[in-house]
Design a protein around this ligand. Structure first.
Ligand SMILES: C[S@@+](CC[C@H](N)C(=O)[O-])C[C@H]1O[C@@H](n2cnc3c(N)ncnc32)[C@H](O)[C@@H]1O
Length: 289
């Protein structure tokens, strides 16, 4: 869990590591699985863009919010498929990079990127045809009440029955991370994280090795579903994006292409198995607002 600042403020952390976020989803076979599996569900659930190739009128534009969109991986993917994307992120550096990446990819006219907070979105009710909050922004909202507010905001700005895609960090995988990479220095974090899922600056100061990531809440699958339902969402699918391959970056990086293909296949096969969801680094919920 190393690499960040001791106060573990998400805005400061993601300002410091903007380029790393752009690279994140293409860094190794495991992060590529997170992206590929997410994209499968986006493709299945997103409303179709009616006028591909033509200049869309206002009524034909399909508007997607990418909340906590960081440097814009998903925003660019969506814009390349002619969705009209609004990216919001806490980090000014991520927002600046998202603008740069959208311009480099020739989709700047379909991506608006601005600084903002998922707990207090500036958009009117029912603005978006679909909403994404992917790769763990809600895990960085550690306070449970604030997380409830953020989920309510995501639902509020979506049109009624619009698809909403939310992925968060799994608690069991966080524990596995400590076990695998930093057991001697951080074993004192295991019990508190197992108990309530929270990795906070106070806990790292007491039990960690001094360095850490941004503050984070790791979810259990059941808890994730319950929080989304409490915010009024209907949860249609729950997906373990890396499931059995979670925390296997080193092993997967050394495996040959055929072996990686086999793992990708089994991850796909197991991705909606509830135990596999619970063990995943990232779990995705596909909801209706
Ligand atoms: C791990 S990154 C995920 C980014 C991207 N969606 C992806 O999947 O690669 C988490 C992002 O959430 C942002 N974030 C954290 N808390 C947030 C909040 N309260 N409101 C908006 N963005 C937030 C961070 O600045 C960071 O860019």
């Amino acid at each position: 869990m190393s690499g960040g600042d001791a106060d573990m403020d998400p805005e400061a952390y993601y300002d410091e590591f903007a380029e790393r976020e752009w690279e994140r989803l293409d860094r190794d076979p495991v992060t590529r699985m997170e992206f590929a599996n997410t994209v499968d569900y986006l493709t299945e659930y997103l409303p179709e863009v009616a006028s591909r190739g033509d200049a869309a009128t206002d009524s034909e534009t399909v508007r997607v919010l990418d909340a906590g969109g960081a440097a814009g991986r998903y925003a660019c993917w969506l814009a390349e498929r002619e969705y009209d994307v609004t990216l919001v992120d806490l980090s000014a550096e991520q927002v600046a990079l998202a603008r740069e990446k959208a311009a480099e990819r020739g989709v700047a006219d379909r991506v608006t990127a601005e600084q903002g907070d998922v707990r207090d979105l500036r958009f009117a009710d029912g603005t978006f045809d679909a909403v994404c909050c992917l790769g763990g922004p809600l895990s960085h909202v550690v306070d449970e009440d604030e997380r409830a507010t953020a989920m309510t905001e995501l639902r509020r700005v979506a049109k009624r029955d619009a698809p909403v895609f939310v992925s968060v960090i799994g608690r069991l995988a966080m524990l596995r991370d400590i076990l695998t990479f930093n057991l001697d220095a951080e074993h004192g974090l295991l019990a508190p994280i197992a108990e309530d899922g929270d990795l906070t600056a106070e806990r790292v100061a007491e039990h960690g090795d001094g360095e850490s990531w941004a503050a984070c809440h790791g979810f259990r699958a059941e808890e994730f579903e319950a929080e989304l339902e409490a915010a009024g969402f209907a949860v249609e699918r729950l997906v373990g994006l890396e499931n059995v391959a979670s925390r296997m970056k080193r092993e997967m990086a050394e495996a040959d292409d055929e072996a990686v293909d086999s793992v990708r296949e089994v991850v796909r096969l197991l991705r909606e198995d509830r135990a596999a969801v619970d063990w995943s680094e990232h779990m995705l919920a596909v909801c209706r607002a």
